[in-house]
Ligand binder design. Structure first.
Ligand code: ATP
Ligand code: MG
Length: 298
């Protein structure tokens, strides 16, 4: 196992070096690695997939190269929400039948989607050393993407939990429903040792005040029992346009650009970009290596 991990680290270094030697122009972040953001929740159905897709589109609209890896087994998957019909999934990458480029489908604003499909079940049962081909393909992504979102399911397997712990950032979606808050706390308790960059989105609220109250409740328990600091990155209003757009398999951010929910998405994507600007260059260069190290150390 250690050998495998070393091999992967070496591969990352070599890929980076050849990229630099060839003077290849790297998208907008230049020498930065992709920022890998896991989106998760304790309770299911709180809006992870809707928010991931629309945030990704909003960042793509600003000229960023954005990928979504759909690791969600929920009913409304990323592809369904966008009306995309992928032929291949993560499974085909892991089984080395297809390359990432053959699996990726393009969505609105040029966002790229890697469908999980049944591959996620396979992934759950796969030993770490079998993930080599997946990581090799993720390395390819690292050369291109500014952001890689991983939309995780609510009922999470060990491998998805590893994604959550290893990601550069974790976005946790909560709703005002009390069980959503207690379930979010349970998730945070599970990952807080390894994952410290945690931001909360409060979804489906009627007012900003309601979002602030929900955040406060979560913040107090995280502070008191986990000694964990969480960031308030934003909220999204409960908006019937979100439901209409998902019924039409269209992103609400493009269908209803002036809706309350779209304005909230705009604010959150602005904050994601802002934290990007503030991050140390040294950390940006090592994001992918850090991801792999953490991912393989479990
Ligand atoms: N802000 C909102 N206003 C109104 N409806 C919303 C909002 N956010 C999400 N929804 C609706 O809630 C439902 C669930 O959303 P979504 O599928 O994104 O949740 P999820 O967390 O990904 O679910 P799962 O855990 O099953 O993967 C969808 O019908 C979606 O349109
Ligand atoms: Mg989902």
């Amino acid at each position: 196992m250690e050998d495998q991990a070393q091999k992967l680290r070496k591969m990352i270094e070599e890929a980076k070096k050849s990229r630099q030697d060839s003077g290849e122009e790297i998208k907008s972040l230049k020498n930065s690695d992709s920022r890998i953001i896991a989106v998760s929740s304790g309770k299911g159905g709180v809006g992870k997939t809707s928010l991931t897709v629309n945030l990704a589109i909003s960042l793509a609209k600003k000229g960023k190269e954005v990928y979504i890896i759909d690791a969600d087994l929920g009913l409304a998957n990323v592809d369904v929400l966008l009306g995309l019909i992928p032929t291949y999934t993560l499974y085909h990458i892991m089984s080395e039948e297809k390359t990432l480029d053959e699996v990726v489908v393009e969505g609105p604003m040029g966002i790229k989607v890697v469908s999980g499909g049944s591959g996620i079940r396979e992934l759950a049962n796969m030993s770490k050393d079998k993930l080599y081909s997946l990581i090799k393909n993720l390395q390819m992504l690292n050369d291109r993407a500014d952001y890689i979102f991983i939309d995780t399911g609510a009922g999470i397997s060990d491998v998805v939990l590893s994604f959550i712990k290893a990601s550069n950032d974790l976005l946790v979606v909560v709703s005002p429903d009390p069980t959503s808050i207690t379930d979010a706390y349970a998730l945070l308790k599970n990952v807080s040792e390894e994952q410290k960059n945690i931001s909360i989105i409060v979804n489906s609220v009627s007012t900003k005040k309601e979002a602030d109250d929900v955040f406060k409740r979560l913040e107090i328990v995280c502070n008191s029992f986990l000694k964990l600091k969480i960031n308030k990155i934003g909220y999204v209003l409960d908006d019937s346009n979100v439901r209409s757009a998902s019924r039409d398999q269209k992103p609400f951010y493009l269908e209803y650009p002036n809706s309350g929910a779209s304005n909230c998405i705009e604010l959150i994507s602005h904050r994601i970009e802002k934290t990007e600007d503030e991050e140390d260059e040294k950390i940006k260069e090592k994001r992918f290596a850090n991801f792999i190290n953490k991912f393989l150390s479990k």
